[in-house]
Design a protein around this ligand. Structure first.
Ligand code: 5GP
Length: 221
Protein backbone atom coordinates (compact mmCIF):
# COMPACT_ATOMS: atom_id res chain seq x y z
CA UNK A 1 0.00 0.00 0.00
CA UNK A 2 1.21 3.50 -0.81
CA UNK A 3 1.79 5.95 2.01
CA UNK A 4 -0.31 9.08 1.91
CA UNK A 5 2.74 11.05 0.92
CA UNK A 6 3.45 8.83 -2.12
CA UNK A 7 -0.17 8.98 -3.19
CA UNK A 8 -0.11 12.74 -2.91
CA UNK A 9 2.99 12.98 -5.02
CA UNK A 10 1.71 10.67 -7.72
CA UNK A 11 -1.83 11.88 -8.06
CA UNK A 12 -2.08 15.48 -7.18
CA UNK A 13 -0.52 18.60 -8.60
CA UNK A 14 0.45 21.08 -5.89
CA UNK A 15 -1.48 24.26 -5.20
CA UNK A 16 -0.23 27.82 -5.39
CA UNK A 17 -0.76 30.16 -2.44
CA UNK A 18 0.19 33.80 -2.62
CA UNK A 19 1.05 35.56 0.63
CA UNK A 20 1.26 39.36 0.47
CA UNK A 21 1.20 41.94 3.20
CA UNK A 22 2.31 45.29 4.48
CA UNK A 23 6.00 45.76 5.09
CA UNK A 24 6.50 45.02 8.79
CA UNK A 25 3.55 42.61 8.99
CA UNK A 26 5.85 39.72 9.89
CA UNK A 27 5.47 37.70 6.66
CA UNK A 28 9.06 36.45 6.76
CA UNK A 29 8.73 35.13 10.32
CA UNK A 30 5.40 33.51 9.42
CA UNK A 31 6.98 31.77 6.42
CA UNK A 32 9.84 30.47 8.57
CA UNK A 33 7.35 29.23 11.15
CA UNK A 34 5.27 27.46 8.51
CA UNK A 35 8.30 25.57 7.29
CA UNK A 36 9.40 24.72 10.82
CA UNK A 37 5.96 23.52 12.00
CA UNK A 38 5.14 21.59 8.81
CA UNK A 39 8.53 20.32 7.59
CA UNK A 40 8.65 19.36 3.92
CA UNK A 41 4.99 20.31 3.44
CA UNK A 42 5.53 23.60 1.63
CA UNK A 43 7.88 24.74 -1.10
CA UNK A 44 8.58 28.37 -0.43
CA UNK A 45 9.61 30.11 -3.63
CA UNK A 46 12.90 31.99 -3.30
CA UNK A 47 12.62 35.16 -5.37
CA UNK A 48 15.26 36.95 -7.35
CA UNK A 49 15.88 40.53 -6.26
CA UNK A 50 18.14 43.46 -7.03
CA UNK A 51 17.82 44.64 -3.40
CA UNK A 52 21.00 44.44 -1.33
CA UNK A 53 21.03 41.66 1.31
CA UNK A 54 20.08 42.67 4.85
CA UNK A 55 22.23 41.50 7.72
CA UNK A 56 21.62 37.80 8.22
CA UNK A 57 20.10 37.22 4.78
CA UNK A 58 21.71 34.39 2.84
CA UNK A 59 21.99 34.28 -0.95
CA UNK A 60 19.94 31.40 -2.32
CA UNK A 61 17.88 31.06 0.88
CA UNK A 62 16.41 34.50 1.59
CA UNK A 63 16.61 35.63 -2.03
CA UNK A 64 18.76 35.13 -5.08
CA UNK A 65 20.56 38.48 -5.05
CA UNK A 66 21.34 39.77 -8.56
CA UNK A 67 22.38 42.95 -10.32
CA UNK A 68 19.80 44.83 -12.41
CA UNK A 69 21.59 43.63 -15.58
CA UNK A 70 21.34 40.01 -14.47
CA UNK A 71 17.70 40.55 -13.56
CA UNK A 72 16.95 42.09 -16.98
CA UNK A 73 18.61 39.13 -18.69
CA UNK A 74 16.36 36.74 -16.75
CA UNK A 75 13.32 38.74 -17.90
CA UNK A 76 14.46 38.33 -21.52
CA UNK A 77 14.92 34.60 -20.97
CA UNK A 78 11.30 34.37 -19.74
CA UNK A 79 12.57 32.99 -16.47
CA UNK A 80 9.95 34.67 -14.28
CA UNK A 81 6.31 33.80 -13.62
CA UNK A 82 5.91 37.42 -12.60
CA UNK A 83 8.12 40.31 -11.62
CA UNK A 84 7.55 43.79 -10.23
CA UNK A 85 9.22 46.92 -8.93
CA UNK A 86 9.00 47.62 -5.21
CA UNK A 87 10.64 50.65 -3.56
CA UNK A 88 13.54 51.16 -6.03
CA UNK A 89 14.22 47.46 -6.64
CA UNK A 90 13.07 44.59 -8.85
CA UNK A 91 11.70 41.30 -7.52
CA UNK A 92 10.70 38.21 -9.51
CA UNK A 93 9.42 34.66 -9.03
CA UNK A 94 11.49 31.90 -10.71
CA UNK A 95 9.30 29.84 -13.04
CA UNK A 96 11.26 26.55 -13.04
CA UNK A 97 11.22 26.20 -9.23
CA UNK A 98 7.48 26.77 -9.05
CA UNK A 99 6.60 24.44 -11.92
CA UNK A 100 8.88 21.62 -10.74
CA UNK A 101 7.40 21.69 -7.25
CA UNK A 102 3.80 21.83 -8.45
CA UNK A 103 4.51 18.86 -10.72
CA UNK A 104 5.98 16.97 -7.76
CA UNK A 105 2.72 17.57 -5.86
CA UNK A 106 4.10 20.09 -3.41
CA UNK A 107 2.14 23.17 -2.40
CA UNK A 108 4.06 26.27 -3.40
CA UNK A 109 3.99 29.57 -1.53
CA UNK A 110 4.83 32.83 -3.25
CA UNK A 111 5.54 35.63 -0.81
CA UNK A 112 5.08 38.56 -3.20
CA UNK A 113 3.46 41.99 -3.43
CA UNK A 114 0.11 42.96 -4.97
CA UNK A 115 1.07 43.43 -8.66
CA UNK A 116 2.82 40.06 -8.70
CA UNK A 117 -0.09 38.48 -6.85
CA UNK A 118 -2.51 39.54 -9.59
CA UNK A 119 -0.29 38.13 -12.34
CA UNK A 120 0.17 34.89 -10.38
CA UNK A 121 -3.63 34.55 -10.12
CA UNK A 122 -3.96 34.98 -13.91
CA UNK A 123 -1.43 32.19 -14.42
CA UNK A 124 -2.79 29.97 -11.65
CA UNK A 125 -6.54 30.75 -11.44
CA UNK A 126 -7.00 28.43 -8.44
CA UNK A 127 -4.36 30.22 -6.41
CA UNK A 128 -5.46 31.47 -3.01
CA UNK A 129 -4.45 35.03 -2.19
CA UNK A 130 -3.77 35.76 1.48
CA UNK A 131 -2.96 39.18 2.90
CA UNK A 132 -1.03 39.48 6.16
CA UNK A 133 -1.19 42.53 8.38
CA UNK A 134 -0.35 43.60 11.89
CA UNK A 135 -3.36 44.68 13.95
CA UNK A 136 -2.69 48.41 13.61
CA UNK A 137 -0.43 51.05 12.07
CA UNK A 138 1.62 51.52 15.28
CA UNK A 139 2.62 47.85 15.34
CA UNK A 140 3.59 47.96 11.65
CA UNK A 141 5.68 51.08 12.08
CA UNK A 142 7.32 49.73 15.26
CA UNK A 143 8.27 46.48 13.53
CA UNK A 144 9.53 48.26 10.44
CA UNK A 145 11.67 50.75 12.37
CA UNK A 146 12.60 48.28 15.13
CA UNK A 147 14.32 45.82 12.80
CA UNK A 148 16.76 48.59 11.88
CA UNK A 149 17.25 47.40 8.29
CA UNK A 150 15.87 50.41 6.45
CA UNK A 151 16.77 54.10 6.21
CA UNK A 152 14.11 56.63 7.13
CA UNK A 153 13.57 57.42 3.45
CA UNK A 154 13.05 53.74 2.62
CA UNK A 155 10.67 53.32 5.55
CA UNK A 156 8.61 56.22 4.25
CA UNK A 157 8.55 54.69 0.76
CA UNK A 158 7.48 51.32 2.19
CA UNK A 159 4.68 52.95 4.16
CA UNK A 160 3.56 54.88 1.07
CA UNK A 161 3.49 51.59 -0.78
CA UNK A 162 1.40 50.09 2.04
CA UNK A 163 -1.15 52.88 1.55
CA UNK A 164 -1.40 51.94 -2.16
CA UNK A 165 -1.52 48.21 -1.46
CA UNK A 166 -4.45 48.70 0.90
CA UNK A 167 -6.49 49.81 -2.15
CA UNK A 168 -5.96 46.34 -3.65
CA UNK A 169 -7.29 44.44 -0.63
CA UNK A 170 -10.50 43.37 -2.44
CA UNK A 171 -8.37 41.02 -4.54
CA UNK A 172 -7.49 38.85 -1.55
CA UNK A 173 -9.38 35.78 -0.38
CA UNK A 174 -8.29 35.96 3.23
CA UNK A 175 -6.87 38.60 5.61
CA UNK A 176 -4.63 37.24 8.34
CA UNK A 177 -4.12 39.56 11.30
CA UNK A 178 -0.77 38.46 12.61
CA UNK A 179 -0.79 38.77 16.38
CA UNK A 180 0.26 35.61 18.23
CA UNK A 181 2.81 33.94 15.94
CA UNK A 182 2.01 30.28 16.64
CA UNK A 183 -1.71 30.91 16.26
CA UNK A 184 -1.13 32.74 12.97
CA UNK A 185 1.04 29.91 11.61
CA UNK A 186 -1.71 27.40 12.43
CA UNK A 187 -4.39 29.56 10.85
CA UNK A 188 -2.30 30.11 7.72
CA UNK A 189 -1.85 26.34 7.33
CA UNK A 190 -5.60 25.78 7.80
CA UNK A 191 -6.54 28.43 5.25
CA UNK A 192 -4.09 27.09 2.67
CA UNK A 193 -5.30 23.52 3.12
CA UNK A 194 -9.01 24.30 3.21
CA UNK A 195 -10.92 23.43 0.04
CA UNK A 196 -13.45 26.15 0.83
CA UNK A 197 -13.32 29.56 -0.79
CA UNK A 198 -13.07 32.22 1.87
CA UNK A 199 -13.84 35.94 1.82
CA UNK A 200 -12.59 38.47 4.36
CA UNK A 201 -15.09 39.68 6.95
CA UNK A 202 -16.19 43.32 7.26
CA UNK A 203 -14.12 43.49 10.50
CA UNK A 204 -11.00 42.41 8.60
CA UNK A 205 -11.59 45.05 5.93
CA UNK A 206 -12.05 47.62 8.68
CA UNK A 207 -8.60 46.75 10.10
CA UNK A 208 -7.03 47.44 6.69
CA UNK A 209 -8.98 50.67 6.20
CA UNK A 210 -7.98 51.92 9.67
CA UNK A 211 -4.33 51.16 9.02
CA UNK A 212 -4.52 52.94 5.67
CA UNK A 213 -6.05 56.10 7.10
CA UNK A 214 -3.64 56.14 10.06
CA UNK A 215 -0.66 55.74 7.70
CA UNK A 216 -1.97 58.58 5.53
CA UNK A 217 -2.25 60.77 8.60
CA UNK A 218 1.28 59.90 9.75
CA UNK A 219 2.71 60.46 6.27
CA UNK A 220 0.71 63.70 5.85
CA UNK A 221 -0.75 62.63 2.53
P1 5GP B 1 11.53 42.87 1.06
O1 5GP B 1 12.48 43.86 0.43
O2 5GP B 1 10.92 43.43 2.32
O3 5GP B 1 12.15 41.52 1.24
O4 5GP B 1 10.32 42.67 0.03
C1 5GP B 1 9.64 43.78 -0.45
C2 5GP B 1 8.34 43.36 -1.09
O5 5GP B 1 8.61 42.60 -2.26
C3 5GP B 1 7.46 42.48 -0.21
O6 5GP B 1 6.14 42.97 -0.32
C4 5GP B 1 7.60 41.12 -0.82
O7 5GP B 1 6.42 40.35 -0.62
C5 5GP B 1 7.77 41.47 -2.28
N1 5GP B 1 8.41 40.41 -3.08
C6 5GP B 1 9.38 39.56 -2.71
N2 5GP B 1 9.68 38.74 -3.72
C7 5GP B 1 8.87 39.07 -4.75
C8 5GP B 1 8.68 38.55 -6.08
O8 5GP B 1 9.32 37.62 -6.54
N3 5GP B 1 7.73 39.18 -6.84
C9 5GP B 1 6.99 40.22 -6.39
N4 5GP B 1 6.09 40.73 -7.22
N5 5GP B 1 7.13 40.71 -5.14
C10 5GP B 1 8.07 40.15 -4.34
Amino acid sequence: MCSERELTKENRRGKVTVVSGFSGAGKGTLMEGLQKNYPGRYALSVSVTTRKPREGEVDGISYHFKTQEEFDRLIEENYFIEYARYVDNSYGTPGPFVEQNLEAGRDVILEIELQGALIAREKYPDAKLIFVTAKDADTLIDRLTGRGTETEEKIRKRLLRAVDEADGIENYDYILINGDLQESIGRLHEVIQSEDKTRPSQEDYAVIRNIQSELKRRLSI
